[in-house]
Ligand binder design. Structure first.
Ligand SMILES: NC(=O)c1ccc[n+]([C@@H]2O[C@H](COP(=O)([O-])OP(=O)(O)OC[C@H]3O[C@@H](n4cnc5c(N)ncnc54)[C@H](OP(=O)(O)O)[C@@H]3O)[C@@H](O)[C@H]2O)c1
Length: 213
C-alpha cells in the first residue's frame, strides 16, 4: 500500500518519559532541541499529531520562513477540537483532521470550513495523504498514543530522539514514546543508529527502521 515515509521526533527524560504529570508542554528541553524540531519539520510535506499533543502544546504546526508550509494533520477518535485553538488562528498549511471513530463526530460547525475532515482508519488516511495529496515525507510529533499506533502498524521509518538526560519525571501516568505504559507492542520494533550528536547536556539521536531484506 502506498504511504509516505514516516518519521517521528520526541524528547525523552532520563527515565524514558516524554512528559511530566500533570503534563508539561514541549519546551522543557533546550533551544537546540527546538531548532532541531524545526529542522525536522522543514523537511516534511505534512506534520501529524495526536489531538492530545495539539492541545497540551498549543501547536500551530508551522515552519518559520518556509514558503510552502507542510500540511497540518490531526488525529482524533471524535474530532472534538476547540475553535479557539492557535492552529485555527495562525496561517499555515492546509489542516486535515482524521476522525477514526465510526460513530458520533463532534467537529464544531464553526471549524468545518477551516479543515478537511477524513473519516477512516489511520492506515487509509496515510494512503490518501500519499496518493491524493502527494505527501512523500510525513513527520509525526507525537504524542505517545499516536506513536504507539504507528509502531503497532510498523510504519515508523525514522525515529528521532532528544535524550534529555538532565531531567527525571517519574510518574506512573507519565507518557513514554509509546504512550502510558501498558501492554507490550505485538512485536518489538528495531531501528539502527543513523546519527548521534552531543549538544550541551543532551544527545540528538536518529534511527532508521531495520527491515528484513
Ligand atoms: N517530549 C516530547 O517530545 C513530546 C512530544 C509530543 C507530545 N508530548 C507530550 O505528550 C503528552 C501527550 O501524550 P498523548 O500520548 O496523550 O498524546 P497524543 O497521542 O498526542 O494524544 C492522544 C489523543 O490523540 C488522539 N489519538 C492518538 N492516537 C490516535 C489513534 N491511533 N486513533 C485515533 N485518535 C488518536 C486521541 O484523541 P481524542 O481524545 O480526540 O480521540 C487521543 O486521546 C503531552 O503532555 C505532550 O506535551 C511530548
Amino acid at each position: 500500500m502506498q504511504r509516505p515515509r514516516i518519521s517521528t521526533n520526541l524528547a525523552i527524560s532520563a527515565d524514558g518519559k516524554i512528559s511530566s504529570s500533570p503534563s508539561r508542554a514541549s519546551g522543557w528541553t533546550s533551544t537546540e532541541d527546538h531548532h532541531r524540531l524545526l529542522e525536522l519539520r522543514r523537511n516534511a510535506d505534512a506534520i501529524l499529531v495526536g489531538r492530545g499533543t495539539l492541545e497540551s502544546d498549543r501547536m500551530t504546526l508551522t515552519v518559520p520562513g518556509k514558503l510552502q508550509q507542510p500540511l497540518r494533520c490531526i488525529v482524533s477518535r471524535h474530532g472534538n477540537l476547540n475553535p479557539q485553538h492557535p492552529i485555527f488562528q495562525n496561517p499555515g498549511g492546509a489542516i486535515h483532521l482524521l476522525v477514526t471513530a465510526e460513530t458520533s463526530v463532534e467537529v464544531p460547525v464553526a471549524l468545518r470550513p477551516k479543515l478537511t475532515i477524513h473519516h477512516q482508519t489511520l492506515t487509509e488516511f496515510l494512503h490518501v495523504m500519499a496518493s491524493k495529496f502527494h505527501v512523500g515525507r510525513l513527520h509525526c510529533e507525537g504524542g505517545g498514543q499516536l506513536i504507539r499506533t504507528l509502531a503497532e502498524l510498523d510504519m515508523i521509518d525514522e525515529f528521532h530522539l532528544t535524550l534529555a538526560g538532565h531531567t527525571l519525571f517519574g510518574g506512573l501516568q507519565a507518557p513514554t514514546a509509546t504512550g502510558i505504559p501498558g501492554k507490550f507492542l505485538p512485536r518489538s520494533v528495531e531501528f539502527e543508529l543513523a546519527h548521534f550528536e552531543q549538544c550541551g547536556g543532551e544527545c540528538f539521536l536518529s534511527y532508521t527502521r531495520k527491515r528484513p531484506a
